[in-house]
Ligand binder design. Structure first.
Ligand SMILES: Nc1ncnc2c1ncn2[C@@H]1O[C@H](COP(=O)(O)OP(=O)(O)OP(=O)(O)O)[C@@H](O)[C@H]1O
Ligand SMILES: [Mg+2]
Length: 224
């Protein structure tokens, strides 16, 4: 059984007088140990799809199951908290806190044991102790993004979902982040789902899902 099963999911937004279909009867499966990328034109509905599979929005039409159980049955809050790490397109970091505090809050609070783990996690993403202890407002866009990735990994979730995590990163850092996603999937057995506009990120995934700009359907490319 797949870790995540998306069954007949449709989604529309109100659009002027009528409705615009963003997702149209989508059927997909996501497995453990696999690195997926989702690509598609701006406005095609990639972020919308992520909010549904991350349990941040209710599915009204169709169903999403985690380990065979509908998200509505698990409870969106429980699902999100226990199983999903999310990197948002606009980071959503707590601006008055440091990177370290942002990661520690996600770990479910300031036990001293967490501090070393959080620092180590940030370090693996290229945020050393000095920067980790600086208010995230005073970090660059790329650095904030890496803090956001560390925060998503803080609880050791089995599903990692990221919305354009390499948008502000230079080539070398992007390569490092791709390597991290590959290791999370292949060495740690995580299900990694990443929306990207980067050809380089997409071509390094195991599976590319291309969201059609108007049909609301996905085309699947299996790379390995
Ligand atoms: N709450 C909303 N109400 C109505 N329409 C919305 C809402 N949120 C998004 N949309 C519209 O739905 C479409 C899909 O939006 P979405 O953010 O999912 O696209 P995207 O593929 O992530 O784009 P990008 O690559 O620019 O981030 C867009 O046309 C957007 O304007
Ligand atoms: Mg988006």
């Amino acid at each position: 059984m797949a870790l995540l099963e998306i069954e007949n999911v449709s989604f529309t937004y109100p659009d002027g007088e009528g409705y615009r279909t963003i997702l149209n009867q989508v059927n997909l499966e996501f497995n453990q140990g696999t690195f997926y990328t989702i690509v598609g034109a701006s406005g095609s509905g990639k972020t919308t799809f992520l909010t549904l599979i991350a349990g941040m929005d209710q599915v009204h039409d169709g169903s999403i199951r985690y380990n065979g159980k509908a998200l509505s049955e698990i409870g969106l809050w429980t699902y999100r908290r226990q199983h999903v790490g999310m990197v948002f397109q606009n980071f959503n970091l707590i601006p008055y806190m440091t990177g370290l505090e942002n990661v520690m809050v996600a770990m479910g609070i300031a036990k001293t044991g967490n501090k070393a783990t959080a620092l180590k996690l940030l370090e693996t993403l290229g945020i050393g102790a000095t920067k980790a202890k600086r208010s995230v407002r005073r970090l660059s866009g790329g650095e904030q993004q890496r803090v956001a990735i560390a925060r998503a990994l803080a609880n050791n979730p089995d599903i990692i979902i990221a919305d354009e995590p390499s948008g502000n990163l230079d080539g070398a850092t992007e390569t490092a982040i791709i390597g991290l996603f590959q290791r999370l999937a292949h060495d740690q057995g995580k299900c990694v789902i990443v929306v990207t506009h980067s050809e380089k990120v997409a071509s390094n995934a195991d599976v590319i899902l291309r969201l059609h700009p108007t049909d609301g359907t996905f085309e699947k490319d299996i790379l390995q």
